[in-house]
Structure formats: structure tokens, C-alpha cells
Design a protein around this ligand. Structure first.
Ligand SMILES: [Zn+2]
Length: 66
């Protein structure tokens, strides 16, 4: 369980905001999707939206608290 130091609410999950880069083939008219990769993930409190960490290990640790 995670307890937000900001708003005091408790959750058993976090919001993970992922920034993704997409690769398309562009022939001058159309875009054909080819690939996507996640550049970074920001873990935030579901209630107040406060950014908690950018690190998955740290996010896991936060969820294991009391
Ligand atoms: Zn919060």
C-alpha cells in the first residue's frame, strides 16, 4: 500500500505516465506505423497527480510501504 505524503490518500497502485516515441514510414502522403518504444515513465499519485519517481524500483518500494 502506498500512502501519498502530499495528499494523505492510500492506494495499492500508482499512475505510470509513459512517454513513447513512435516510428512511422512517411511516403509524402501517408504514415505507416512501424514501431514504438517507451522513452521514460513517470510514476505519480492517482489522487493529487504529484510526481513520485521516475524509477521503477523506487515505485515498487513506495507501494510496499505500510
Ligand atoms: Zn497524492
Amino acid at each position: 500500500m502506498f500512502k501519498c505524503a502530499n495528499c494523505g490518500k492510500e492506494f495499492n497502485y500508482l499512475y505510470a505516465h509513459a512517454t513513447e516515441y513512435n516510428t512511422y514510414l512517411f511516403d509524402g502522403e501517408n504514415y505507416e506505423w512501424r514501431d514504438a518504444y517507451t522513452a521514460e515513465i513517470e510514476y505519480a499519485c492517482p489522487e493529487c497527480g504529484g510526481t513520485l519517481t521516475m524509477n521503477e524500483e523506487e515505485a515498487r518500494r513506495l507501494l510496499k510501504q505500510a
